[in-house]
Design a protein around this ligand. Sequence first.
Ligand code: NAP
Length: 490
Amino acid sequence: MAGTATSQEQQIVEGVPKGLYIGGEWRDAAGGGTLGVEDPATGETIAEVADAQPDDARAALDAAAGAQREWAETASRERGEILRRAYEKIVERADDLATLMTLEMGKPVAESKSEVLYAADFLHWYAGEATRIEGTYKPAEKGGFRVLTMRQPVGPCVFITPWNFPLAMGTRKIGPQIAAGCTAVIKPAKQTPLSMLALAQILEEAGLPGGVLNVLTAKSSGAVMEPLIKDPRTRKLSFTGSTEVGKKLIEQSAEQVLRVSMELGGNAPFLVFDDADIDDVVEGALIAKMRNIGEACTAANRFHVSERVADEFAEKLAKKMGELKVGRGTEPDVKVGPLIDADQREKVDELVQDAKASGADVLTGGEAVDGSGYFYKPTVLAGVGDGARLLKEEIFGPVAPIATFSDEDEAIAAANNTEYGLVAYVYTSNLKRAFRVVEGLETGMVGLNQGIVSNAGAPFGGVKQSGFGREGGQEGIEEYLETKYVAMKL
Ligand code: NAP
């Protein structure tokens, strides 16, 4: 591992298994190939993990399919206990897991720790849900027989997750999968495989039987995963990632008519009405924009602000954004880490330059940071015109574009003027307006007077091209259960 890392950081990385986890065993990839994991703060390679090939993927699905029946028959209390033990182990090791996450993904350690605990919450929540899977029994409405319904696991699942929340995007699927009695093969993003490998190690220690969860790390995600999606033994696909890739996977999943959950891209509007407390709004805006360095599907992508308070909001937000310390996420007081890679930083800069060219004013930032790593200055752009690309495209970086509206109808229309529909944020102190606006928004989630919605006990998910299906809450386990109806003559 490269020189910039401390010996404690090196030890944490060394403690994570680097092989594929298949059928309860750690093994090398077929052919022995590996894939390098980079620290985005330095560009240095911090580890090599196995680079799975299609044969490895087949072996992983063999293991999942082979374990399915026994796992479905395992007592729900036992399934829940395994989740509960894994939850406790994650909490115990939260500091090391947070450092590991920062090393491969870049966000400040305090934020990584929040994600680690958020990720653990899904295991905690579904440890309880495992024992609450119920059926129904009733006389048929016209008499003559009984209607019995039972809930059964859908069967082997395939999971694909992104790099921006390396642990939580996995546990949102794995928690309900294990609770419901399904087995799975998961492939984390190639940039951030270490957090998922550490989770597999913890689940193994918590007593998860071999084959229930199998982990593939791979460079060629398409070649490795497509055969699994098209294999008749797979019964469900759950994907978190971009809308572009999600569309391809929906097409692939049509071949076997899979149950599908899609957590895709976002373009969250953040609406500020003139009756809101602007200092409170700025606090919420910083969370909604800067959590995860702006690399979140829930990130406020564009601020639509009443023209009566836009200048005050812009000035206060720019001041706070300009004060945020940028640097390697493992350093104290750093609030803004590097972007995930050079391509992402280039894309962010392109969007900023486009907005500037179409007349936006740069109140702070507006450019990359010189030197190694993929840093970008926290940026606030005021007076952003309708034509600017960053009002339409997911920015995925620390850039806050501000546009204005004159009335409520205009605000709702601007918010809905996108093919995405994941989350929106609304700040107003007028209760009637709050309900009118919330009801008018075409999104799966709304943050009302708060800049964060994520919670393990709540149904997370989008509408329109942000996808379908829900993760978290009671709704989350429904994605892993089938209903069987029995018409029963006594
Ligand atoms: P991405 O490019 O779509 O990749 C997501 C995952 O899909 C990665 O594991 C990737 O693997 C894999 N993948 C890419 N092409 C594939 C293919 N042809 N077949 C199978 N797998 C394939 O997205 P990303 O850049 O990692 O993540 C950012 C996106 O995720 C953003 O759009 C964000 O909004 C979205 N997101 C959504 C949510 C939500 O809950 N709605 C949450 C977080 C993120 P490799 O990259 O390793 O090849």
